[in-house]
Write a protein that binds this ligand. Structure first.
Ligand code: 3PG
Length: 400
């Protein structure tokens, strides 16, 4: 982006592909981390005199306008953060977008409506995606890719559009890639990885890679129960991906062979039913050993002994990467595991990286100071796919 600016952006229309995919309750943004992360890039371009057109997806609408997924609240928040008025186009490439793009003065900023309101954005058909990218390209002179959270998506605005305009990476992408590169190249040991979240299938590819790189892998959250099952334990009505049990078994064996410590919960908090997150009514969980989960109970957080164990495994680490909550942290009765891991990262002298929308939001929603961590990534799937060593379409397009 600095090269682009030094070549001169004043008076030019610059399309910034951001990731403003923030969690919403109605029209209220519950965590604005992703907007704050990209705001400096937008400010930098505006200060250099560019006419800045910011675009993003939000949620997964079905390729047509859907008011529940409007980017209007995110545009409002961006304006507050920038301390300047931000125009909003009520469509992506239609009359409103064209009028807004044409009316911008030097240094002014606009946000387009959700890119996924157009089916061309996510289409698997190259021609359909290309046609949408052509329409987006007509709005701008230059392209800046700074939506790190979406670089793993082969979508029109991420992959096809930079092929049509002179392009550069923004500062957020540069920072994110710099940090994740360190984790793949010169990591300070012991390298501990904490993985949580609901689905084990989402994390298998990254575990496959990490078995070659990490010294310790600590598992919590919904995915832990498939590993516990692989170890021969009954898991009651806990989340279980039965078809992944053989893969988990293979990974446990590989970890042992390679001398990677693979640590699973020794105790868990269980409840006969999933808690009501909206009403936040008490759930009365009980603590049980992880090899004694009753048949009618569901594991919803790691237990106190596991919290201590995981904190100890982080205390002498040189590097920690954490992705995915340890339990249903949105309910106060099941937040202690996630809190303990966050605190474990803070108490450790290690370089700490929090990856993933959920864990990053958890850290902030549970009241931790985000600046106390080494790095909080704005990318969930993107950071995992980077660590898997995959080619990410949005980065490849910018490097081209
Ligand atoms: C994310 O939340 O991980 C990114 O914004 C990408 O969103 P997606 O998974 O809906 O493509």
């Amino acid at each position: 982006i600095d090269d682009l600016i030094s070549e001169g952006v004043a008076g030019k229309r610059v399309f910034v592909r951001a990731d403003l995919n923030v969690p919403l309750e109605g029209t209220t943004i519950t965590d604005d981390g992703r907007i704050r992360a990209v705001a400096p890039t937008v400010a930098k371009l505006a200060e250099a005199g560019a006419k800045v057109i910011v675009a993003s997806h939000l949620g997964r609408p079905k390729g047509a306008p859907d008011p529940a997924f409007s980017l209007a609240p995110a545009a409002g928040r961006l304006g507050e953060l920038l301390g300047r008025e931000v125009a909003f186009a009520t469509d992506t490439v239609g009359e409103s977008a064209q009028a807004v793009a044409a009316s911008l003065a030097d240094g002014q900023v606009a946000v387009l409506e959700n890119l996924r309101f157009n089916a061309g954005e996510t289409s698997k058909d190259d021609a359909e995606r290309g046609a949408f990218a052509d329409q987006l390209a007509a709005l701008a002179d230059l392209y800046v890719g700074d939506g790190f959270g979406a670089v793993h998506r082969k979508h029109a605005s991420v992959y096809d559009l930079p092929k049509r305009l002179p392009h550069a990476a923004g500062d957020l992408i540069a920072t994110e890639v710099g940090v994740l590169k360190k984790l793949t190249e010169d990591v300070k040991r012991p390298y501990a990885v904490v993985l949580g979240g609901a689905k084990v299938s989402d994390k298998l590819a990254v575990i496959d890679q990490l078995l070659e790189k990490a010294d310790r892998i600590l598992v919590g959250g919904g995915m832990a129960y498939t590993f516990l099952k692989a170890k021969g334990h009954e898991v009651g009505i806990s989340l279980l991906q039965e078809d992944q049990v053989p893969v988990c078994l293979e990974y446990l064996a590989r970890a042992e062979k390679r001398g990677v410590e693979f640590v699973l919960p020794v105790d868990v908090l269980v409840s006969p039913e999933f808690p009501d997150l909206k009403g936040k009514t008490p759930a009365h969980p009980t603590v049980v050993a992880s090899d004694a989960i009753p048949a009618d109970q569901e594991g919803l957080d790691i237990g106190p002994k596991t919290r201590e164990l995981y904190a100890a495994k982080l205390a002498d680490a040189g590097t920690v990467f954490w992705n995915g909550p340890m339990g249903v942290f949105e309910h106060p009765d099941f937040a202690d595991g996630t809190k303990a891991v966050a605190q474990g990262l803070l108490d450790s002298p290690a370089f700490t990286v929090v990856g993933g929308g959920d864990s990053a939001a958890a850290v902030r929603l549970l009241g931790f100071d985000e600046n106390a961590f080494g790095h909080i990534s704005t990318g969930g799937g993107a950071s995992l796919e980077y660590l898997e060593g995959k080619t990410l379409p949005g980065l490849a397009a910018l490097e081209d």
